[in-house]
Design a protein around this ligand. Structure first.
Ligand code: ASP
Ligand code: MG
Length: 419
């Protein structure tokens, strides 16, 4: 049993979907295919949602029609006889329009999951139908019926036992060798749609791998594998052929975009290797993440996390007790889903670097009851693993460093571009 995951970039065009067929055709094993929404569809659906929340129905429907046109364009390129798939897709779009017209957007997070999850429903319907047309028999699955999660909308966690029961109920690999399901989406026990967090399709693939006791999970990406840095930011990147689960977790939590941080645990629990392979050159090996590796990483690794805000808090009553302060600060940040990427405390203050999100202002307002709050926006957090003076010098050039932290092998810099 294999699990293959194709991300948004792989399915953004007719050409990408044709390439999926080529890759899948080479597999004789049982195969579970996880697919993301096409291209930038998730962002586009977020825009629909924003209009809907502002009760601007006309703009919401107009944006939805753009999304529909984009998908219909791809369908027209792919299918010799597109009538039945166009019908199917149209009925999904009608369902969305109906919601936009008849409902009122109250709870943002809940509505996010209900609406944005349609991106994956649509992409998988197209991919499944195209595989079928190309002679690759497969069965489409609605992961909202299978992946059971908690009700933490927009960042739901999978309940493994319930999901396993559902998966066994809906997927029978002795009847169908290939199943196609959506990444990123599921539902809570009541049946409300949930999503697993942006870029969460990797997490779905890992969960599926775990539940199916897969031999391996492969994430097909538009990169040659895992690199020691983001090639869009740093020149001269080096390919890393092997990583341990621990390396991967460390890199993912430092903000490496290559894999979603939640992906590793379900795989590590069952010692399932995770391959990251290049979608457009499938003959290349890519990278593998597994338990024991032969060659430890011997190049410096650089990870940049953008959109950071440095928040500094000083207690209003001058009674600085670190434990009390920290617990209050984290409680408030956590409640507002603000993710902390770095902490530093001094004799009279606590500083945290956090990722900017839609609830950050609410968190800062609440913190202002007990703390003097100051903050600095638009920062980037650079993590370097395997430091040398030379690397630090080049990677921090043309930046002001607001805060730095060192351990023996690693360093982190919160920095701002020089103006
Ligand atoms: N479509 C979702 C996103 O763009 C999930 C994913 O691609 O993994 O975040
Ligand atoms: Mg994606």
């Amino acid at each position: 049993m294999l699990v293959y995951k194709f991300g948004g970039a792989s399915v953004k065009s007719a050409e990408g979907i044709r390439n999926i067929v080529k890759i899948v055709e080479t597999v004789d094993d049982k195969l579970f295919i996880v697919v993301s929404a096409m291209g930038k569809t998730t962002n586009a659906l977020e825009t629909v949602l924003d209009f809907f929340m502002k009760a601007d129905r006309r703009a919401a429907i107009a944006k939805l029609n753009e999304i529909k046109d984009y998908h219909c364009g791809i369908i027209a390129e792919l299918f010799s006889d597109s009538a039945s798939v166009v019908n199917e897709i149209s009925s999904v779009f009608n369902e969305i329009s109906e919601l936009l017209i008849t409902c009122v957007g109250d709870d943002y997070d809940r509505w996010y999951d209900r609406l944005v999850s349609f991106g994956e429903i649509i992409s998988t319907k197209i991919v499944s139908a195209y595989l079928q047309q190309s002679g690759v028999a497969n069965q489409w699955l609605d992961m909202r019926q299978i992946l059971i999660t908690d009700s933490n909308f927009r960042e739901a966690n999978v309940r493994m036992d319930e999901s396993l029961r559902k998966l066994n109920e809906f997927a029978d690999f002795s009847a169908n060798r290939i199943y196609v399901g959506q990444g990123f989406i599921g539902s809570n026990l009541k049946g409300d749609a949930t999503t697993l967090g942006r870029e969460g399709s990797d997490y779905t693939a890992a969960v599926a791998g775990n539940l199916l006791d897969a031999e391996s999970v492969t994430i097909w990406k538009d990169v040659p594998g895992i690199l020691n840095a983001d090639p869009r930011i740093f020149p001269d990147t080096v390919h890393i052929p092997e990583l341990s689960y621990q390396d991967a977790v460390e890199l993912a939590y430092s903000g490496a975009q290559i894999i979603h941080p939640k992906t590793i645990k379900p795989l590590e629990n069952k010692q399932i290797p995770l391959y990251v392979r290049p979608f457009s050159t499938p003959n290349q090996a890519g990278s593998v993440i597994k338990k024991s590796i032969e060659k430890p990483i011997n190049v410096p690794v650089l990870i940049v996390r953008k959109n950071q805000v440095l928040v500094t808090l000083r207690p209003r009553d001058f009674s600085f007790v670190l434990e009390n302060c920290l617990s209050e600060v984290f409680l408030i940040l956590n409640k507002n889903r603000v993710k902390v990427s770095l902490i530093q405390s001094s004799a009279i203050s606590v500083s945290v670097s956090v990722e900017n999100n839609r609830y950050l202002n609410a968190a800062l307002d609440e913190l202002a009851n007990d703390f003097k709050v100051s903050y600095n926006e638009n920062l980037e957090l650079l993590t370097i693993r395997g430091i040398t003076d030379e690397i630090i010098k080049t990677a921090t050039a043309e930046r002001t460093i607001l805060l730095s932290q060192y351990t023996r092998r690693s360093a982190r810099f919160l920095m701002k571009m020089l103006e």
